[in-house]
Structures are given as structure tokens and as C-alpha cells.
Write a protein that binds this ligand. Sequence first.
Ligand SMILES: Cc1cc2nc3c(=O)[nH]c(=O)nc-3n(C[C@H](O)[C@H](O)[C@H](O)COP(=O)(O)OP(=O)(O)OC[C@H]3O[C@@H](n4cnc5c(N)ncnc54)[C@H](O)[C@@H]3O)c2cc1C
Length: 452
Amino acid sequence: MAKRFVIIGGGPAGNSAATYAARLGAEVTMIEKDIVGGAAHLWDCVPSKAMIATGGALTLINHASSMGLTDVSASLDLDALRDRITAIRTRLESSTTGLLESQGVTLVQGTGRLVSANRVAVETDTESFEIDADVVLLSTGSRPRLPEWAQIDGDRVLSTRHAYPPKVLPEHLIVVGSGVTGVEFVHMFSSFGCEVSLVVSRQQVLPLKDPEVAAALEEDFLRRGVRLLKGARAIGLDRAEEAVTIRCDDGRQVTGTHALFAIGSLPNYESLGLETAGVRHDGGYVVVNHNCQSSVAHIYAAGDLSGKLPLSSVAAMQGRKIAEHAMGLHVGPHRHIDYEKAASAIFTVPEIADVGLAEADAFAEGRKIRVTKVPFSANAKALIDEDPRGFVKIISDPATGVVLGGSIVGRNAAELISVVALAVTAGLKVQDLYESLFVHPSLAEAISDAAE
Ligand SMILES: Cc1cc2nc3c(=O)[nH]c(=O)nc-3n(C[C@H](O)[C@H](O)[C@H](O)COP(=O)(O)OP(=O)(O)OC[C@H]3O[C@@H](n4cnc5c(N)ncnc54)[C@H](O)[C@@H]3O)c2cc1C
């Protein structure tokens, strides 16, 4: 009899596990309460990047004179932008649903909950029923973390989920939170022409990133007129009819027309029945081993709920590995996920991307590394594209030449980092990078130059 594989949550982790498990012969049921594609398509990756792409187009058009064009200008139509985001979501939902159905996955629109280690209760709009499961995957994702005092109203005080796009364009937006999500929203709204202030609780934006990378972004924000309140932790909010004031712990205040909170996320675990099924968690994040198995061996967790790297790409890879493991393919070609080799990007301008070992971490560990760096101002394609900001940095082992990591700041960094990610994952050497014949002129040439 085919293994009954029940998945609660249809984001990147759930979808990928469903597809691979079905291909490997499981009888798969996936329960999703909102849209197939998950928060990644509905609230996070897709709408945020769609807004950033529109802001990028607007910036490019309004700076067309530097490319030798005259009389070109554009302005933002919020309704058209909203329609564009809906259209992208709908297309992605339909292609993801089509793929799952073509693999024979049964999709249930409803809410799932464990009622024992082998049984899942489902509630839809019209009925309640229970399903037996040999394998369960919990992939219910996360939601924005918000301070109790935030007074979110979706109108002037926003969580990230109210921003795609907001009802009116803020005249002056205050962003609270300077991690990846916060800086992406700063970039997005400043590219729409809004005045933006950023409350930065530490002394640098992107506190977990390489200081040189963070400095490049700060410089660009300041050039665009973004106000940075560094070393200021937001502790309160005051509302007036058309104004929002954020109070900080050092006594500073900043007043704008809108505020947006981007201070992290919380796992969606409360109504999953974890205790009933004997699944251990730590603050709501399911505790998993290197196979993503929970304390109950046939109950897996993946994606944001697993407390590993909160990235769509990681969630999807976990889903695939779980399908392989649960279906007995972990002997042979199966490799565990090495989270330290996950590439990640920040879709600001300049774009920021990195993978593998960071320079600052290597120094902190006292590890010997070779760091080589080339600025895009020396790259022909960057000059042709009128965007010579940023650099490529390659980190390698001085003894063996093996590529250990890299950072890229600049146009298309999110695409370019894939070359370095491949080198890191495959254990390639700097020589493999600088002896590869890259296209000329291309931004990728900066990678081979930096490797030399
Ligand atoms: C603003 C923002 C931008 C981001 N941009 C990027 C990016 O550019 N690149 C990137 O890699 N990552 C990005 N991320 C992170 C990424 O969105 C998440 O890491 C990813 O969505 C996690 O996938 P997941 O499978 O865990 O779940 P999710 O995508 O969160 O999906 C979980 C699903 O489970 C459903 N669900 C929850 N409870 C139940 C239940 N009881 N029953 C049934 N269904 C349930 C939910 O409705 C949801 O659809 C971003 C995050 C944010 C906040």
C-alpha cells in the first residue's frame, strides 16, 4: 500500500515535499487554509519583489537622461500596481496547483491539526473530517512579529502584510526594523518617491551582515535622503489624526504620516496539536534533526516552522529532502542540507547577496582566509548599464584555493551569487572561477576577476 503522506501548510516547503513525495509513489494530501503557494506567494517574497521591481522601473525611467534619453517620465498608479501583484499571485497559484494536481496530490482547502501522531483533523468551510497518516509534514510557516503597543490598523500603522501596496502612498513612512525585510521596505518606498525614516536598533543596518556590505547600503540610503536613527530601539507609538510618532528608548522621536513594522516573525504553531501528538517545540519552532524529523520520527517539520534559515529556497529544499527521506531514498545520493551554504539576497539598490563563509565570521573564528575584491566600477557592463556601484568579494582557503564564500553588492547581485554558490557547494577552487570563460561584457566577469 502507498504511504499516506499528509502535509499541513502549502508554502514552498509543503509544495516541494508534496511534489517529490508524489513522484516517489506516496499518496499525498496537502491541506492549505489560504492559497497554494503559501505566505511566500501571498504576503512575502512575491508581492515584495513585485513592488520592488515596479520601484526599479520607475527609478530607471526617471533617470533615463543618463542613458541618453529625453522626455521620458513615469508616475506610480497604486491601483495598477495592486492589480499587477494580484495577477502575479494568481498565475503562480494556478501553475503551482496545476503541478501538484498533475502529480496526483489531493489538495484540501482548510485548516489541519494533529489529533494524534498518526491522525490529522481537517476543517473546511463546509465540513470536518479526519485523515490517517503514515507520514506528516508540518509546514505552516510564520507571521509578522509585532510589538503589543504597535496599534496596527492597516491604514497608517502597517505590518508588512498591509503594504502590498497600502491604500495611499505614505508621504513620510517610518520603518521600524533594519533587518533584511526592513531595508527592503525602505528601498521600495523610497523608490516610489516617499520620504522614509528608518529606526535602527543597533549601530548598523543589517546588523548580521558584513559591515562593508551594510555600509554600502547605508551610503546609498543617505544619498537618497533616507533618515537613519541609529542605536534607537522603538518603544512606543503615538497616533494623531494624520500623523504617527515613534518614540525611542534614547528619548528621540520621529513623526511621519505612516509607520511600518518589520521586526521579525513568529511561528504558526498554536493550533497544530503539537503537544497532543508528542511533538517537541522550542518557543513554537518545532525541534528537528538533520533530516527535519521532529521528536516523533514520522512527523517532519520544514520551512519557517522548523526554526532554520527563514528562506523560501531553504523551505523548498527541506521539503524535497523530507520527501526523499520519508520515502527511503536517504541511502545513496541523499545529502543533508548544509544551511551554511545557502545563498541569500536583499533586493535593495544596490542589491546585496552572499553565500558561505563571511569575512567577519572567519576573523571572529581566527580562521585564515584569502579575501579578494573587485569593484564594479572596473567592469565594462556595469559602466554600460550606468550602475557601477558595489563590488564582488571572494573568500577562499589560502592553502587550497577552495572557494569558501562570497559577497556581491551591485546590480543583479541576487543572480550573480549563484555562480559563487555553485562554487561553494561543489568545492570548486578560485582557479575554476578565473579560468572559466565568462561572457564579455558581463557583470559576471567581476566574479572571475575577483577570484584571481
Ligand atoms: C516580507 C518578506 C519577504 C520575503 N522575501 C523572501 C525572498 O525574497 N526570498 C526568500 O527566499 N524568502 C523570503 N522571505 C521568507 C519566506 O517568505 C519564508 O521563508 C517562506 O515563505 C517560508 O515558507 P514555508 O513553506 O515555511 O511557509 P509559508 O510560505 O509561510 O506558508 C505556510 C502556509 O501554511 C498555511 N497554514 C498555516 N497554518 C495552517 C493550518 N493549520 N492548516 C492549513 N494551512 C495552514 C498558511 O496559510 C500558509 O499558506 C520573505 C519573508 C517576508 C516576511
